[in-house]
Ligand binder design. Structure first.
Ligand code: ADP
Ligand code: MG
Length: 405
């Protein structure tokens, strides 16, 4: 499928060309025809799958076909955070460049001038507004925004907005909008509160859900609740009691990878890290050592793991909980290839519990929680609801569909 086959306006196709998007992602391929057909939509797909363009492209197409009435606002996009709103705005600038569509960003963080500029734009009209709930509310409360002729409402990253407690604000904003409109809701997950909200604000929506790949059945998954300080001992313990000729340990950041490798080496374990800091030849040498089983333990980040082709690993240890379920599936998929069974063990500290729960929800499987061996001492209590929000400040994994050069 190509973008052209989706019948997008020539000006939009030109923007796609300039952005280097060659073909639609699955969520784009499925959503765009429905949006063009003027239907409400619920679009569920993992982070990094291209949800932004899934709504921007058909909206830009419509704006290219039919000019917004003078003084009116055509489309309102609500996004949970300033950062995400900025990202939408950037894609909008790129994809919409040749359409001449006008847009106004309505999110905080600037100086006072921003507000009067936003006010002017809201009074005079524009094709598209991208805003955060709080900032939009403060304008709407003052009563000058021209949103009574709005045609499209888009709620982006809806699960995050509800997580952040924006339900009331969103409903208040919606109360200012015309009932006759098209509403699009995009989200990475579909918890019950999103379903409930969708019922209230969408009319007879089409639902598109792009399933994530599930881990192979043969992978035996387990998790230990452990404090960071207990993790090295836990690796040692697992190696002592299991025959593990090949082990990959994943950690989320380059710095962590370095730290983990050092601590393992200090304990006399034969571990090496593979990181983007190494020269290509060094990297290849380490990989070859690992593949030929001379090196038993490889420590790596997700970024590296995606680019390398190693399988038939006996065990994968997630030294921390990956940022999204796709990375989890990808990490543990390194084991249990061919006919062999493999083991995937995740170390979950007190702050990662909530994120681990989210992964379990996405893979639709509860991972067995194994008590820590007594020699390692007590780990954190398992209480995923409490840990929410504390360990979740790492950036969401952004993925680029463009090939890395
Ligand atoms: P999501 O909202 O689903 O998390 P984004 O819309 O932010 O994902 O897209 C993730 C990345 O993929 C962005 O960098 C975006 O520019 C890029 N991208 C989106 N669609 C395509 C495409 N069809 N081809 C190439 N890159 C794309
Ligand atoms: Mg998004």
């Amino acid at each position: 499928m190509t973008f052209k086959e989706l019948n997008l306006h020539e000006d939009v196709l030109q923007g796609l060309d300039a952005m280097g998007f060659e073909k639609p992602t699955p969520i784009q391929e499925q959503s765009i025809p429905i949006v063009l057909d003027n239907k409400d939509i619920i679009g569920i797909a993992q982070t990094g799958t291209g949800k932004t363009a899934a709504f921007l492209l058909p909206i830009l197409h419509k704006i290219s076909k039919q000019e917004t009435e003078p003084g009116a606002i055509n489309t309102l996009i609500i996004s949970p955070t300033r950062e995400l709103a900025v990202q939408i705005d950037q894609q909008l600038q790129g994809l919409g460049y040749f359409t001449g569509a006008t847009s106004i960003p309505i999110y905080g963080g600037g100086d006072g001038d921003d507000f009067s500029q936003q006010k002017r734009a809201l009074t005079e009209g524009a094709d598209i507004i991208v805003g955060t709930p709080g900032k939009l509310m403060s304008h709407l409360n003052l009563g000058y925004a021209k949103i009574d002729r709005l045609q499209h409402l888009i709620l982006d990253e809806a699960d995050r907005m509800l997580d952040m407690g924006f339900y009331d604000d969103i409903m208040k904003i919606i109360s200012h909008l015309p009932k006759e409109r098209q509403t699009l809701l995009f989200s990475a997950t579909m918890p019950p509160n999103i379903r409930k909200m969708a019922k209230e604000i969408l009319v007879d929506p089409e639902e598109i859900s792009i399933a994530i790949s599930k881990p192979a059945e043969k992978v035996v998954q387990a998790a230990f609740m452990a404090y960071d300080t207990q993790k090295v001992d836990l690796v040692k313990y697992l190696l002592r009691f299991n025959d593990v000729p090949s082990l990959i340990i994943f950690a989320s950041t380059k710095i962590k990878v370095k730290e983990v490798t050092k601590s393992l080496q200090a304990e006399g374990l034969n571990a090496k890290q593979i990181s983007s800091d190494l020269e290509q030849t060094e990297r290849e040498a380490i990989l070859n050592e690992f593949k030929s089983k001379k090196l038993p333990i490889l420590v790596a980040t997700d970024v590296i793991s995606r680019g390398i082709d190693i399988d038939n690993i006996d065990m994968v240890i997630n030294y921390d909980v990956p940022n999204d379920a796709e990375d989890y599936v990808h990490r543990i998929g390194r084991t249990a290839r061919a006919s062999a069974e493999g083991e995937a063990i995740t170390f979950v500290n007190e702050d990662d519990q909530h994120r681990f729960l989210k992964i379990e929800q996405l893979i639709e499987k509860e991972v067995r929680k194994v008590p820590l061996p007594t020699s390692i001492g007590e780990g954190p209590e398992y209480n995923p609801r409490r840990s929410r929000g504390r360990g979740n400040h790492r950036g969401r994994g952004k993925r680029n569909f463009k090939k890395r050069r």
